[in-house]
Write a protein that binds this ligand. Structure first.
Ligand SMILES: NC(=O)c1ccc[n+]([C@@H]2O[C@H](COP(=O)([O-])OP(=O)(O)OC[C@H]3O[C@@H](n4cnc5c(N)ncnc54)[C@H](O)[C@@H]3O)[C@@H](O)[C@H]2O)c1
Length: 454
């Protein structure tokens, strides 16, 4: 999800929801230890500030340190921390490597990393080596080597890494996961998913989203356009696979009795960014001369060890409504679900061969977590999913246990970027996924997502 638009229909519940805060929503349940988690943030840009604000709603964390190389972002973060009545944290950000000093602090148990992609693996590896419980924004890694770096750091240090894939907590995603686990769709066969989000024209001003016609990036850009657009210029790859693929991988028990085996990828030509720049900056704008490497629509097909296929789409440079395009299909039924479509067909339950509206199914299979905290969570960002994400992170970090989405998931989901690049480069040649679990996927047990603990 991008924090730059609010797709969430329930956002209006925000202020109402905040007033009714269940005690357990703050992870104060006595089954977890009562001490506060000492939490630090590396990167308090747009996304890091979302995470910070969610942490500031909790009674079971202290914010002990923040780091960002942009003093304006530090100022915003410190303002929010003070406003929430939290103690002033240690501040870092003198230079690009100042995060290493933050990691030396004893008063940091866990760290959330929300920096540009090229910093992710490096910072996460350093954090694990420093013994910190590590939360890492998506995607986790840019190359296969980086995927292994994450796995190796975890295995060498015993420190855990949670990939912060918030879409796994979407209400409809968790309800469909519940249906999958209760065998509504029968034996799983096929999935679709992707990141289809028009990212051409977003500007950001003074901490509030504003939609503009910006055609600048890099040094002249703001927030993600400072660093993300560069990837479209230089890489023909699905550079952002996890919002779609994470939830599907969870449903298919990937790395836990199943694994991604191979993938083919194809790219269309890339015309969207050039067209946009010409239309909004003029044909003489220097950026109109650039040759964009990334195809506008990138389609990958993954095969799993258990005989399923997953079609993953990356589509961010064309005019289009937002969609993650979820489809789950099995031997007994099928669903397409998204913010714009919710339909299902289950043999023996649905009429004839017709799609049916999914609302009653979603209610029946609503996840226990959403039943419990949904009203409060709706105020936390991205329609509530960020609340559940933070809750799971804090609970896992406090107990020092493996998180729901771990380092093997981070590696396998992120590997789509370099593998799609290699496949596209070689006319769709299949690329094998490394087995990041080193064979352990065969006996690793699925994480129990359908429990109500946190
Ligand atoms: N899960 C979601 O819904 C979601 C939404 C938006 C962004 N993201 C992800 O979050 C990450 C950050 O995205 P963003 O939109 O916040 O970008 P951003 O550019 O707004 O924030 C990144 C921050 O990192 C800081 N930074 C850069 N190098 C640094 C360094 N060496 N040390 C310390 N700070 C450094 C920058 O100054 C900036 O403030 C990306 O991985 C992005 O893909 C996820």
């Amino acid at each position: 999800m991008s924090s730059r638009r609010d797709f969430v229909k329930t956002a209006a519940l925000a202020s109402a929801g905040m007033a009714i805060v269940p005690e357990t929503a703050f992870g104060t349940s006595s089954s977890l230890n009562d001490s506060k988690l000492k939490l630090a943030f590396i990167g308090v840009g747009l996304r890091g500030t979302n995470h910070l604000n969610n942490a500031l709603q909790r009674k079971d964390v202290e914010i002990t340190a923040i780091c960002d190389v942009d003093p304006k972002r530090i100022e915003i973060a410190l303002g929010n921390i003070a406003k929430a009545g939290f103690k002033k944290p240690n501040v870092f950000g003198e230079n690009d490597l100042d995060y290493l000093n933050l990691l030396e602090l004893k008063e940091v148990d866990a760290v959330i990393i929300a920096t540009p992609w090229l910093w992710h693996t490096r910072m996460a590896v350093d954090a694990m080596k420093a013994g910190k419980y590590t939360g890492l924004e998506v995607s986790a890694a840019n190359t296969i080597e980086e995927c292994w770096d994450l796995v190796n750091a975890h295995e060498e240090t015993g420190s855990h890494l949670m990939i912060l894939e918030n879409v796994c907590y979407r209400r409809d995603v968790l309800a469909v996961l519940n249906m999958v686990k209760k065998n509504v769709f029968g034996e799983l066969l096929h999935f679709t998913c992707g990141y289809k989000h028009d990212l051409r024209h977003v500007k950001f001003n003074d901490g509030k989203t504003a939609y503009g016609k910006g055609v600048e990036f890099g040094e002249k850009g703001i927030s993600e356009s400072k660093w993300r657009t560069q990837h479209s210029l230089l890489r023909n790859a699905d550079v952002y696979p996890t919002h779609g693929l994470g939830p599907i991988a969870v449903m298919a028990d990937v790395n836990r009795g199943n694994r991604f085996v191979s993938m083919t990828s194809h790219a269309t030509k890339g015309v969207g960014l050039h067209k946009y720049i010409v239309e909004n900056g003029g044909v003489d704008h220097p950026n109109a001369k650039l040759k964009w490497k990334q195809g506008d629509v990138i389609t990958s097909t993954i095969e799993t060890a258990n005989g399923e296929t997953i079609i993953v789409t990356h589509d961010v440079n064309s005019p289009r409504p937002y969609s993650l395009g979820f489809r789950v299909q099995g031997s007994q039924g099928i669903t397409d679900f998204d913010y714009h479509t919710r339909r299902i067909f289950v043999e023996g339950k649905s009429q004839g061969h017709s799609w049916e509206e999914m609302d009653t199914w979603l209610k029946e299979y609503d996840h226990p977590l959403w039943k419990k905290h949904g009203e409060y969570a709706s105020g936390s960002g991205h329609g509530g999913i960020d609340f559940f994400l933070m809750n799971a992170f804090v609970a896992s970090a406090k107990q020092k246990i493996a998180p729901p989405m771990d380092v093997y998931d981070a590696a396998a989901w992120s590997a789509v970027t370099p593998l799609s690049e290699a496949s596209i480069e070689n006319n769709g040649e299949p690329q094998g996924f490394p087995d990041f679990t080193r064979g352990m996927w065969i006996k690793r047990k699925p994480y129990n997502w359908i429990k109500e603990t946190y």
